[in-house]
Design a protein around this ligand. Sequence first.
Ligand code: NI
Length: 210
Amino acid sequence: MTPSRRLLITTGFTISSGALGFAISEWIERRTIATSGATLPLRGIPGIGGPVRLTDHRRVRVDETTFQGKIQLVFFGFTSCPDVCPTALNLISDLLDRLGPDAAAFQPLFITVDPERDTTEVMARYVEAFHPSIVGLTGTVEEIEGVASAFRAYFKKVPSQSGLGYVMDHTATIYVLDRQGVFRATLDIHESPDTSLEVLRRFTAPARGS
Ligand code: NI
């Protein structure tokens, strides 16, 4: 059994047996340690993705069809994040630079899980500090809950002793969606950037397509 086939079967089991969507985000967090870089079979994982209604950092409304045709790199976070989010966005920016002309095939999306503080203006300042091609997405609390649910992403407001008042716990996986918007792979910020780069190159390799 190939690793990717085993991955798909394990995921199917998780979905059918887990009543809560959070199961899969926890599963992804755990499994990426052992199997990150696995490119999933063409049909992807059922249950990841779905209707999306958000506003980008230029105040343009977007939905799940807006970025089709691009290979999407989807990351959830918040602009006040002290550590994980800057690490992830630096990784994505570095990967885009290293992809050279192929970077044009990718659309990185940074979706806030803190829409109360992360307005379009805040998102614009933040994403533009990392890379010009990153699109920041925010929305109402309900819209953010909707997209997080569609991606089985976890987030939770946590009181903080810092001046922030609260921080957000959140899923730290980078989701890779193919040109049809099908979830195909994950990137892990803790692994070597070279490994992540190899995963992304599989999506642009002529023989593989996607
Ligand atoms: Ni973060």
